[in-house]
Design a protein around this ligand. Structure first.
Ligand code: ADP
Ligand code: MG
Length: 346
C-alpha cells in the first residue's frame, strides 16, 4: 500500500464516525482529501487549539496494543481540551511509521476512532509519512475545541483563598511505569471532558495532570502569581491526598510496603494521570460535592491557596517552592522530603 492508499483506507472514510457536529454538514466544510480542511466555527464560541506529540519509547511502548496507543494519542489531547472547559470538535492526525503493518493500523484506528466517536471529535486531516527503518513511531495530533466566547478556563486565574481540588485517584500510572505492571489507566486514560465543561461555571482555574500534580500545580501557581502580581502558594494536605490514592498504590500501604506519607508523595509526583486539578471559591464546596455525585467521579479537596505572609508562618517555609506539603499528621514536610517534581523532557 502506498501513502495515498493508507490515507484512503484507514483515515479518509472515518467509518466509525456517527455523530458529526452540524458544522461538518454545512456546504463550506472541506475534510480529508484537499490541501487543507475548512470549517466555520459556530457563532458565539471561541476556538480552543491544542497539540501533543507521542513518541514510541517516551510516551508508549511498542508492546502496548495498537488499540491502546490509538486511544491514548487522542485521549491526552482531549485532556487539554477538558482542562480549558471546552468541548472537542475535530482533530488532525500526523502519523510517522517505519513500516506499513495493516493489522497494527487497524487496531490503532479502532482505538482512535472509538474515542473520537465517543467524544464527537471528527478527524479532518493530517499527514502520513514513512520514517527510516527502526526509527521510533510517532503520532502528532492537533485537536480543536469550542468554548463560549471569553469563558475558557485558564491556568492564570487562581484566587487567594481558593480551595484546590483534584478529580479521580492518583498514583497508579506512575507506579505502573516504575514497576512495570499492567494499569488500565496508564494505557487508556479517560479525559475529564464532562467535568471540564461543568467547571466553566464553577472553577477559577484548571490544569490537567500529565507530568505529575507537584509540577502541574506549580504551573497554576506560577501563572496566577504573575497575573495577580503577588506570589501565591498552595498548602496541600497529605491527609486529603490519602483519600484519593489509586488502588494499586493503596495496596502497598495496606501490605505495609509503604507508609501513608510515602504513598501520598508518590501520588503527587505520578504523571500520566490526566485528571483535572482546579481551584474554586470556598463557598462552592457543596456545589462541587454534588457535581461529584452527578458525574460519578471523586472530587477531592486537597488544600488551599495562601499568601506569602501566611506561608512564612509555616516552619520550614521555602520561598523558592510555591507548594507547602503537610504530612498526614498535619505537619509541614521539610524541603528535603518534598515529593519529586514530575516528568520533564529536558
Ligand atoms: P499534501 O501533500 O498536500 O500535504 P497529503 O497527500 O499529505 O497532502 O494528504 C492528502 C490529504 O489526506 C489531506 O487532506 C490530508 O489532510 C489527509 N491526510 C493525510 N494523512 C492523514 C492522516 N493520517 N489522517 C487524516 N488525514 C490525513
Ligand atoms: Mg502531506
Amino acid at each position: 500500500m502506498n501513502e495515498f492508499d493508507v490515507i484512503k483506507t484507514f483515515f479518509k472514510e472515518s467509518r466509525f464516525f456517527t455523530n458529526p457536529h452540524k458544522i461538518f454538514k454545512c456546504k463550506s466544510f472541506v475534510g480529508i482529501g484537499d490541501d487543507a480542511s475548512v470549517f466555520s466555527p459556530p457563532k458565539g464560541f471561541d476556538l480552543v487549539v491544542s497539540s501533543d506529540l507521542l513518541i514510541e519509547g517516551t510516551h508508549f511502548r511498542s508492546d502496548h496494543t495498537p488499540e491502546s496507543i490509538g486511544h491514548k494519542v487522542l485521549a491526552v489531547n482531549l485532556s487539554d481540551i477538558a482542562a480549558m472547559g471546552a468541548e472537542p470538535l475535530c482533530f488532525t492526525l500526523s502519523v510517522n511509521m517505519p513500516k506499513f503493518d495493516s493489522n497494527w493500523l487497524h487496531g490503532f484506528c479502532d482505538g482512535i476512532f472509538n474515542i473520537a466517536n465517543e467524544t464527537s471529535c471528527k478527524l479532518i486531516g493530517g499527514d502520513t509519512v514513512k520514517s527510516k527503518e527502526n526509527a521510533p513511531m510517532f503520532f502528532g495530533i492537533t485537536v480543536i475545541g469550542i468554548v463560549p466566547s471569553g469563558k475558557a478556563l485558564k491556568r492564570k486565574s487562581m484566587k487567594l483563598n481558593d480551595d484546590i481540588w483534584i478529580s479521580g485517584a492518583l498514583g497508579d500510572p506512575g507506579e505502573a511505569i516504575k514497576n512495570n505492571f499492567f494499569c488500565e489507566k496508564l494505557l487508556t486514560p479517560q479525559p475529564r471532558l464532562a467535568l471540564g465543561k461543568k467547571l466553566l461555571e464553577i472553577a477559577n482555574s484548571a490544569i490537567d495532570v500529565s507530568d505529575g500534580l507537584s509540577s502541574d500545580l506549580s504551573h497554576l501557581l506560577e501563572e496566577s502569581s504573575k497575573n495577580l502580581k503577588k506570589k501565591i502558594f498552595a498548602s496541600i494536605d497529605f491527609l486529603s491526598v490519602a483519600s484519593c490514592l489509586g488502588p494499586c498504590l493503596f495496596t502497598n500501604y495496606l501490605k505495609n510496603k509503604l507508609s501513608l506519607d510515602e504513598c501520598c508523595s508518590l501520588a503527587v509526583s505520578s504523571g500520566d494521570e490526566y485528571e483535572l486539578c482546579f481551584s474554586a471559591r470556598k463557598g462552592l464546596r457543596k456545589t462541587i460535592k454534588s457535581l461529584s455525585l452527578e458525574l460519578n467521579l471523586p472530587l477531592t479537596r486537597i488544600g488551599e491557596v495562601i499568601c506569602e505572609r501566611e506561608s512564612e508562618k509555616i516552619p520550614g517555609f521555602n520561598i523558592k517552592k510555591n507548594i507547602i506539603w503537610k504530612n498526614t499528621k498535619g505537619l509541614p514536610l521539610k524541603p528535603e522530603n518534598y515529593p519529586p517534581d514530575g516528568f520533564k523532557h529536558f
